[in-house]
Design a protein around this ligand. Structure first.
Ligand SMILES: [Zn+2]
Length: 72
């Protein structure tokens, strides 16, 4: 775990990605764990269920977005 300390949750990606991209992923994953705005009911209740797939817990609709965050 010692060498994953600095890169946080992106440590699991190993060295396949550059450091710059990895630090970008870290910030993206913070958003990813939170709720995203649903395009249907406009509430921030959508949870990411898979890469690019989001499920709104309010209106129960599934929609696709970008792999990491919902497109703005
Ligand atoms: Zn919704």
């Amino acid at each position: 775990m010692a060498n994953t300390k600095k890169v946080g949750s992106s440590g699991r990606f190993g060295v396949r990605y550059g450091r710059r991209l990895r630090s970008k992923i870290v910030s993206v994953e913070k958003v990813q764990r939170g709720k995203q705005k649903c395009p249907y009911c406009k509430r921030s209740t959508a949870k990411r269920v898979a890469a690019g797939i989001w499920n709104c817990t309010k209106c129960n609709s599934k929609f696709t977005g970008k792999a990491y965050i919902v497109g703005e």
